[in-house]
Design a protein around this ligand. Sequence first.
Ligand code: HEM
Length: 368
Amino acid sequence: MKPEANFVAGVGNIAFRRLVSLAIFLALIVIGLGAYTRLTDAGLGCPDWPGCYGKLTAPLHDGHIAEIQQQFPHAFIEPHKAHNEMLHRYVAGLLGLVVLTIFISSLLIKRWRVHCSLIAVLVVLQALLGMWTVTMNLIPLVVMAHLLGGFLLLSLLVLLRVKIYCRHNAVIPESKLRAFLPFAYIAGLIVLAQIALGGWTSANYAALTCTQFPVCEPGWQTRFSLESIFHLPLGHDTYEYGVLPYEARMSIHIAHRVGAAITFFSVSALLLCCWHAARSSGLRRLILTVGAVLVLQAILGILNVYLHLPLFTAVAHNLVAANLLMLIVVLIQQLHWRTRSSVATLQKNIIEKNIPVVAVNINRNIHQ
Ligand code: HEM
C-alpha cells in the first residue's frame, strides 16, 4: 500500500475505533435511562411514539400542557414522566445514528461488515420493541425483550471493540484454556437466562412480592407454582403496575432468586478454573473483574429486597447486569482468541507485522 493510502486507512481505523467507543458509552447511558424510565413508572409518560402527544418534545411549560390537554381531553399528563421517557428516546436516537455511521463505515473500510450489520439490525429491532413497549401498554414480553435487546447490543458493540483491539495486538497462546470454552458458553447462557428472568421479574412488578431474605415470607411453599412463572399475561388494556396474581409474581421472584444462586455458582466455578489455568496478567485481570461484578450484582439484588427497591440500587442492578453479560462475552472471546493463536502465528506477527505483544513473560511462554 502507498504511504498516503496507508495514512488514510490509519486515520479511518482510529475514527472507526472512536465511533465504536462512543457507541458503547451511549449504549450504557441508554440502558441506564431505560431502567430509570421504567422504575419511575414513566414508561407510558408519552402514550404515543416516536413523538410525545404528537410533538417532538415533552410538554415544557403550562401553555404547552394546556394545548395538549385540549387535544387529548382524557389524558392524564405528567410532564416529569414525559421528560424521562423523551430523554431515553433522544439518547437512543443518537445511539441509532452513531450505529448507522459505524455500519456505513464498516462497508467503506471493508472490515467487520457482518458484525456491524448485526448491530445495525439489532438497533432497528430495538426501536421497534421500544415502540411496541409504548403502543402495547408495557406488555411484559415486549418489555423483557427490549431489555434483553439493549444488553445484547451493548455486548455486540464491546465485542467489536475488542476485535479491533485484537487485530492490532498479538497475544501469548494459552492452549490449556481450550477445555473451558464449552463451560464458558454454558455459563454465558445461564447469565443470559438469569437476565431474562430479572427482566420478567421487573416487567411483571414482582420485586416486592418477597421481602424477606434468603427465603420468602412463611407459607410461600404452598403458593409457589412453577407453571405460573411462564404464564404470558395477554389481553389486558394496560400492564402498568402488573396484572398477574400474587402467587404468579411471587413464583417469578423466587425463580429469579434460585436463578441467581445457579448463576453465581456456575460463573464462579468457571472463573476459578480459568484462573488456575491462565498465565497472562491481562486475562487474570479480566477474570477478577468478572468475579467482582458478579459479587456486586448479587449484593445489589439482595439490597433491592432488603431496602424495598430504592431507585438507585434498582437502576444499578440493571446496569451491573448489562456489564456482567458484556464481560462474560469478552471472556468467551478472549478464550477463543488466546487458544486459537499458536506460537508460530505469534512469532510471525511480531516479526512481520511488528504487532505488539499483550502479555508478560513472552520468552518463557514461547519456549514452553
Ligand atoms: C447474580 C446474578 C443476577 C443477575 C444477572 C440479575 C439480573 C437482573 C436483571 C437484568 C433484572 C431486571 C432489571 C430491570 O429491569 O431494571 C433484575 C431484577 C431484579 N433482581 Fe436480579 N439479578 C441477579 C441476582 C439477584 C439477586 C441475588 C437478587 C435478590 C435476592 C435479585 C433481585 C432482583 C429483584 C428484586 C429484581 C426486580 C427489580 C425491579 O423490579 O426493577 N437479583 N435482576
